[in-house]
Design a protein around this ligand. Structure first.
Ligand code: ADP
Ligand code: TPW
Ligand code: MG
Length: 586
């Protein structure tokens, strides 16, 4: 920078204050500028060597830095922000232990196809590579590699722009997933010429390019579909992620095909939609003759496409269905059973192509009616159950309240984890809008609760309702402080049955220890929220639960409601008892 002289001429800076200092930039600034240039506005992380100053400078530069109490929760927050927005969620951690704490979330993001970038500071390469015992020494790049889509390291300040561009492209293009970006401590203070630095940054053009399906593949899918007597559309979270809700709705309504949403696809169309077959799941899966998988994998959640679920003779056998699979990944087809018509491309383009081609096709009315009959019968049965009012509360009587609340507040986010607390919520609480239900996903992982809740409130800017098993909550419970610190509109409801699955188990072998599955009886979790200035409520009836949630939604204050549920209300592993190996000899 020069100074304007009396004569109005700009003279070169001659001051002694380091002449070229102001023409330099450094790694700190370049990382921040590269992120900002690419529309990243929020960072989820936890400070410490070597990224402490980075978090300060990020905040100073106008990025929203949400600082957590444990990196795993910051990582989950970043991953779900990625799912909600289609932009990579960023998690920032320190080296070795901080990195490892964030890594679970990165692996989970990759498994769930959520775009996320884990940025970790790392120690001196020279020392790490010779295993000479640096502070928090670890070969983070090598460890991250098998757990994410790609892992990159930036050694030179002038490569920061490239590093971040590659990380963004990798996270969001094709099948989205996790990316690890390793930034060694030495990189941050590295100074380079400011102009050179500015020019090295890249604003990524078209980071998630459309992938148009081939015309032949579209025709094959349409031919199969149009011959179907009992078609079924299965919506997965890949369909929700793609944000082409209107076209999906049009495709379903135009064809009259019954559809089944996977957990996080609930709400693409309202669960109360006449074509929603959720309440007739065990009828439609074995009965359907052509199944259109849209952004859903035939993994364990769909019994790998085999067995009784699909009307097959035994657990290894295939059903009689034919499958159309719409997916962005070309290698997903045939992973478990034969896919007769793979349709590879981005969901938006594939749905648009199908929509154009289905003109004139309508699902046979006998099939649609059969599904509706089955469904209405089951809904009536459920309504009976929801009317019960036992003391202590059952999952049903408590969730009946949650069901009403979400119906009246369809914009709120519903975060959900636990076993029974998860399965009952999924089946009882209808969703009305897309990407509002955020849960344990593909791994059925416990611990996403408070991280997801923070991200939903920060990024989604709406009221959050987190329905948590008491065990599930424990994995991230300390983030109640984070929720209070940022004063987020998060209402946590703990379905407290005193344990994992249930709280009435006795100890084994005459041990004086409690059973491995139970917790302190009648724990007062609500005091945790009070400890940080939030609102705590202890409720034992549906009416009290309703009043407490209403008050939380009205005040928008951080609230934790400890809802007492009968100790014996749950079943082992919730709805997936069959996956649990048990000893033959008791
Ligand atoms: P669910 O658990 O809801 O069944 P999965 O996570 O198993 O869903 O499947 C999601 C699928 O969606 C993955 O196979 C992924 O490749 C796919 N997918 C993700 N994004 C897109 C997209 N934009 N277009 C098409 N498919 C997508
Ligand atoms: C990271 C295993 C699945 S569900 C669950 C555990 C520990 C808790 C169930 O108890 P909760 O719900 O939350 O009280 P409820 O209503 O049935 O009583 N560690 C991880 N992930 C998983 N899935 C487990 C352990 C598990
Ligand atoms: Mg429990």
């Amino acid at each position: 920078m020069g100074t304007v002289t009396d004569a109005g001429v700009t003279a070169p800076a001659t001051s002694q204050a380091a002449p070229h200092q102001s023409q330099e930039t450094d790694g700190f600034s370049l990382v921040i500028e590269a992120l900002k240039l690419n529309g990243i506005d929020t960072i989820f992380g936890l400070p410490g060597i070597p990224i402490t100053d980075l978090t300060r400078k990020m905040q100073a530069a106008g990025l929203r830095v949400i600082s957590f109490r444990h990196e795993q929760n910051a990582g989950y927050a970043a991953s779900i922000a990625g799912f909600m927005t289609g932009k990579p969620g960023i998690c920032l951690t320190v080296s070795a232990p901080g990195f490892l704490n964030g890594l679970t979330a990165l692996a989970n993001a990759t498994t769930n196809c959520f775009p996320m970038i884990l940025i970790s500071g790392s120690s001196e390469r020279e020392v790490v590579d010779l295993a000479q015992g640096d502070y928090e020494e670890m070969d983070q790049l090598a460890i991250a590699k098998p757990l994410c889509k790609a892992a990159y390291r930036v050694l030179h300040a002038e490569d920061i722009g490239i590093g971040i561009a590659r990380a963004i492209r990798t996270a969001v293009s094709g099948r989205p997933g996790g990316v690890y970006l390793d930034l060694p401590a030495k990189l941050f203070p590295q100074a380079i010429d400011a102009e050179l630095g500015r020019k090295s940054l890249i604003k990524v053009v078209d980071p998630a390019p459309k992938q148009i399906p081939g015309q032949e593949a579209v025709q094959r899918a349409l031919d199969l579909l149009k011959g179907a007597k009992k078609p079924l559309i299965l919506l997965g979270k890949g369909a929700a992620y793609a944000q082409c809700d209107n076209d999906i709705k049009a495709l379903i309504e135009k064809t009259g095909i019954p559809y089944l949403p996977m957990s996080m696809a609930k709400g693409i169309l309202p669960d109360t939609h006449p074509q929603c077959a959720s309440a007739a799941r065990s009828f439609v899966l074995p009965e359907a003759d052509v199944v259109v998988l849209m952004g859903a994998r035939l993994n364990w959640l769909l019994s790998q496409g085999k067995g009784k679920t699909w009307g097959a003779a035994n657990s290894k056998a295939w059903g009689k269905q034919k499958f159309i699979q719409v997916d962005i990944s070309p290698i997903e087809a045939d992973s478990n059973v034969r896919i007769d018509a793979p349709l590879v491309g981005d969901m938006g383009s594939c749905v648009a192509a199908l929509l154009k081609g289905v003109e004139g096709y309508k699902a046979p009315t006998e099939w649609a009616n059969a599904v509706a009959d089955k469904k209405n019968g089951n809904i009536a049965k459920m309504a009976e159950k929801l009317k019960e009012n036992p003391s202590p509360m059952s999952f049903h009587s408590a969730l009946n309240i949650v069901r009403d609340v979400v119906k009246e507040n369809p914009d709120c986010y519903l975060v959900n984890e636990g076993a029974n607390a998860l399965d009952f919520t999924r089946s009882i609480v209808d969703m009305y809008k897309p990407r509002k239900r955020l849960d344990v996903g593909t791994w059925g992982v416990m611990g996403i609760g408070m991280g997801f809740a923070v991200a939903a409130a920060v990024v989604g800017k709406q009221q959050v309702l987190a329905i948590e098993g008491d065990s599930a909550f424990g994995f991230s419970g300390m983030e109640t402080e984070t929720i209070c610190r940022y004063n987020l509109p998060v209402c946590v409801v703990i379905m407290n049955n005193n344990g994992v699955y249930r709280g009435d188990e006795k100890s084994y072998g005459g041990s004086s220890d409690p059973s491995p599955l139970v917790f302190v009886k009648d724990a007062r979790y609500e005091k945790l929220m009070e400890a940080f200035g939030g609102v705590g409520k202890h409720v034992t009836t549906p009416a009290e639960l309703r009043a407490a949630i209403d008050e939380a939604f009205r005040s928008k204050r951080p609230t934790l409601i400890n809802a007492v549920i009968a100790e014996g209300a749950g079943t082992e592993s919730g709805r997936i008892t069959s996956l649990n190996p048990t000893a033959k000899k008791k």
